[in-house]
Design a protein around this ligand. Sequence first.
Ligand code: SF4
Ligand code: SF4
Length: 99
Amino acid sequence: MRKIQNLRNRTLNGGSELAFSPWAKDFRNKFQTAYIRADIHKCKACWNCVDVCPEQVFGKMGFLWHKHVVIENHESCIGCKKCVKVCPHGVFTTIDKAK
Ligand code: SF4
Ligand code: SF4
């Protein structure tokens, strides 16, 4: 019962503790690097970004009709923004490092 109350309190406090959990960090790294964020729901699997990325940050999810880009090596991103420019569907947005 105490565990449930603690979890509830942490969630009501904005979930800040949960947001910094290792699980949350791993999950976030599937959708962003230090420089770009990906909205994979917009992806049409043209693979332009996979071809243009100089650091092999991206991989391909291809399971029947379920096809989209995935971030496999978030730590390799150098912030060149080639993926942002080449994507025809606006999947990527840049993360402003000045914030
Ligand atoms: S360039 Fe855009 S639409 Fe094409 S695979 Fe990459 S994220 Fe998807
Ligand atoms: S910013 Fe450059 S290095 Fe980073 S994922 Fe996009 S193309 Fe690759």
